[in-house]
Write a protein that binds this ligand. Structure first.
Ligand code: HEM
Ligand code: NAG
Ligand code: NAG
Ligand code: NAG
Length: 331
């Protein structure tokens, strides 16, 4: 390369690369915290919480947290910000949990290396560790995210349990996720529970027919009628999304939706709709499902991330460093 050309190349980067940010990568924190293994610190706290059962089913809590964080303004930990009108306060979010665990991890990391590890990365590392503890397979997570400084309940526009398969595919496509990714990620419903109010129509008044959803198995219908009475003024009971092994990350969710045992309408529909049926069929007996789930989680973790000076590393996951934070409410 001639000197002149080299100069042009250098100049080009200097002049036009103000926006050339780094990328996410596996092991971003390696060697950045002295002898401390950042991912090990996260894993220790997650294991403690899991074995001491400080929060029920942390895999369910964290999978849902990562999904909600990444689908609203990207994986920027905006779901963690406190505030009168922040994302946390939005209706679909109202049952997201696991905030205390994230605080505990952040505290442990700050004690080792102040200001190093972003809350957004904590969510993705901790979710992976919780998945492994619940019987899933290890996947390498990418790190290097920064935290965002805006969290607005009005930004929350998550798919509802009654979304159609085709609309859901569109929502996932808008996040660079394919219908394959969507099906594998819905496999996250292999753990955790849903409140009766979110699927009660399927039992008593499906699609305004006055009867149950015909795609539901008679067994599930009887179960749900029992656990979710038509009229319950005070209690909104919950029912497991994976009716067989609700605390294990496995592919029994797929086996169950094949049998008409999908609890949410979208869970049942992906097993029936022509657009996703084949993917579900292939997944039911796929011994490598765990690998695909992990890969899909990594792709979920790439949605609209903030890198380098696009974001910050919060000192506390619940508040932004920069003041004033007026938009998301009062901290
Ligand atoms: C079309 C997409 C999705 C829809 C419509 C949907 C809907 C829902 C609904 C309605 C609930 C029950 C919430 C409640 O009772 O308050 C739920 C729970 C849950 N969702 Fe999803 N979800 C979707 C995708 C995902 C994805 C991609 C993941 C993660 C990979 C996920 C993980 C979970 C988990 C683990 C729970 C149980 C939470 C707990 O027990 O605390 N969901 N989902
Ligand atoms: C609900 O009913 C309408 C017509 O009454 C029908 O077009 C639609 O496909 C039904 N939806 C489902 C999910 O069965
Ligand atoms: C989807 O990918 C394109 C190209 O890599 C990127 O510019 C865009 O920001 C991504 N969208 C989301 C929602 O992550
Ligand atoms: C984090 C958060 O704001 N959680 C709230 C969700 O909604 C329930 C009531 O539906 C509140 O009790 C939680 O504090």
């Amino acid at each position: 390369m001639s000197k002149a050309l080299a100069l042009v190349v250098v100049l080009f980067f200097v002049l036009f690369c103000g926006k050339c940010y780094g990328e996410l990568r596996v092991g971003f924190y390696k060697g950045k915290c002295g002898l401390t293994n950042v991912e090990g610190v996260v894993q220790n706290v997650v294991e403690t919480w899991h074995f001491e059962n400080k929060e029920k089913d942390i895999a369910a809590a964290l999978l849902r947290m990562q999904f909600h964080d990444c689908f609203v303004k990207g994986c920027d930990a905006s779901i963690l910000l406190d505030g009168l009108t922040s994302e946390k306060k939005a209706v679909p979010n109202s049952s997201v949990r696991g905030y205390g665990l994230i605080d505990a991890i952040k505290e442990a990391l700050e004690a080792e290396c102040q200001g190093l590890v972003s809350c957004a990365d904590i969510i993705s590392m901790a979710t992976r560790d919780a998945v492994v503890l619940a019987g899933g397979k290890w996947y390498d997570v990418e790190t290097g995210r920064r935290d965002g400084d805006v969290s607005l309940a009005s930004n929350v526009n998550l798919p509802s349990a009654t979304i159609s398969v085709s609309d859901s595919i569109k929502v996932f496509a808008s996040k660079n996720l394919t219908q394959y990714d969507m099906v594998y990620l819905l496999g996250g419903h292999t753990v955790g529970v849903a409140r009766c109010s979110l699927f009660k129509d399927r039992i008593y008044n499906f699609n305004k027919t006055g009867g149950p959803d015909p795609s539901m198995s008679p067994w599930l219908l009887a179960e749900l009628k029992d656990k979710c009475p038509r009229i319950s003024l005070i209690f909104d009971n919950t029912y497991p999304l994976d009716v067989k092994t609700p605390s294990l990350v496995d592919n029994s969710y797929f086996q169950e939706i094949k049998k008409g045992n999908g609890v949410l309408q979208i869970d049942q529909q992906i097993a029936l709709d022509e657009l996703t049926k084949n993917i579900v069929d292939d997944t039911v007996n796929d011994p490598d499902f765990y690998t695909k789930f992990g890969e899909a989680m990594v792709k979920l973790g790439r949605v609209e991330v903030l890198i380098d000076e696009q974001g910050e590393v919060r000192k506390s996951c619940r508040v932004v460093n920069k003041k004033p934070f007026i938009f998301g409410g009062i901290n």
